[in-house]
Design a protein around this ligand. Structure first.
Ligand code: SF4
Length: 365
């Protein structure tokens, strides 16, 4: 488990079962009770100054707003209709390119302990529209698995999803420990997903994350326990020799798991808000990511030039079609033009979400 050196507990969070579970497991680590998390708000506007320490401080807090939020799509880019459960904020792993570095303003790894409210919220939303397909995920504001043994979140969520056959849970991670969840399978409504990159990129740019082989071995365990899988080649990074490195990664993926177990694979190229470039340069001076040539896209993010994105996506698509035939592929937050050049069509007007919903409900494997 990631090294936690200090625990902060919001007064209101202390009595929750999840807080008690976590404090019991982390006995011996100094604990401080604080009135509420607002007192911690980072006043130093340079996240590079406090981010490293934030990754060893755990905050147990109460989620006061909704847990369930639609993924904020961007005008002009094709959105997949994903729904996000904000069950935690910030991540103990430390990827160079992590967009949370420009987003999180609390100097701590925050776990929202009021899981009872999350469960009630899910049941309430599902009851409003029982026929609606929902693809929900816990891995947008943190890594879904890195603190899961501690929080016990997915031990509660997995059985809950069996209550609604139209609800699909995607657990996204770069972590490899999931043994505590295996006995909760089989469950085809639960999709374990890993973000993949070549081993050299993982070593250089994904500090603290599991190796490629460890992720693939965890994926095989999940498949054997009766869960479906997904993979995200996101962010795809450009570097000398990227073609060979990514082709080899696709081959390793195909050796590890059968295609019929894979619900979908997404492709997304490196992108981030311009302010993140400075954070990366200060925090990771040896990384070349922030030095690559990028262009300011209409969504305000820096992206690789379109031709390079199309080349990367097209080659990945070709290899995946050849090595894992029949697997469902899609682009994450890409423009209609790029879709057209890579796939020959534009899934606009909610079509991509519809295709993914159909795929989600095809519970094969
Ligand atoms: S695993 Fe995801 S959330 Fe965690 S540091 Fe890496 S990119 Fe950020």
């Amino acid at each position: 488990m990631p090294a936690i050196r200090r625990i902060l507990v919001e007064e209101e969070a202390a009595a929750y079962e999840t807080s008690q579970r976590i404090l019991n497991r982390l006995r011996g680590i100094p604990v401080e009770v604080i009135p509420e998390r607002g007192v911690l708000r980072a006043t130093d506007r340079r996240p590079a100054a406090w981010l490293a320490e934030a990754k060893s401080t755990l905050l147990l807090a109460v989620q006061k707003g909704p847990f369930w939020r639609p993924c904020p799509g961007t005008k002009g880019y094709i959105c997949c209709g994903y729904q996000v459960l904000q069950t935690a904020l910030n991540c103990p792993l430390d990827c160079t390119y992590c967009i949370l570095q420009g987003y999180v303003n609390l100097p701590a790894l925050t776990i929202f302990v009021n899981q009872e409210d999350l469960i009630a919220e899910l049941r309430g939303r599902w009851a409003q529209n029982p026929q609606q397909v929902w693809r929900l995920g816990t891995g947008e504001f943190n890594d879904s698995l890195a603190l899961d043994e501690l929080s016990g979140l997915h031990e509660r969520l997995l059985p809950l999803f069996a209550e609604n056959r139209c609800a699909i849970l995607e657990i996204k991670s770069k972590w490899s420990r999931l043994e505590h969840l295996l006995s909760l399978g089989p469950n085809s409504q639960v999709i374990f997903a890993w973000s993949l990159n070549p081993p050299m990129v993982i070593r250089r740019e994904e500090r603290g994350a599991a190796s490629l082989l460890a992720r693939l071995s965890a994926a095989r365990q999940a498949a054997e326990a009766g869960f479906r899988l997904a993979f995200h080649f996101d962010p795809l990074l450009f570097f000398p020799g990227w073609q060979e490195a990514y082709r080899r990664t696709v081959e390793q993926l195909a050796k590890a798991v059968p295609p019929r177990k894979i619900a979908w694979i997404s492709l997304g190229a490196l992108r981030f808000m311009p302010a993140l470039r400075q954070v990366i340069l200060v925090r990771f001076p040896r990384s070349r990511l922030a030095a690559e040539e990028m262009v300011l896209a209409p969504d305000g993010k820096l992206r690789y030039f379109k031709d390079l994105r199309v080349e990367m996506f097209s080659l990945l698509k070709e290899w995946l079609n050849e090595i894992l035939p029949g697997v469902f592929l899609y682009l994450c937050m890409e423009s209609p033009r790029v879709w057209q050049e890579v796939f020959g069509f534009r899934p606009e007007g909610g079509l991509l979400a519809k295709l993914l919903d159909e795929r989600a409900m095809t519970k094969t494997g």
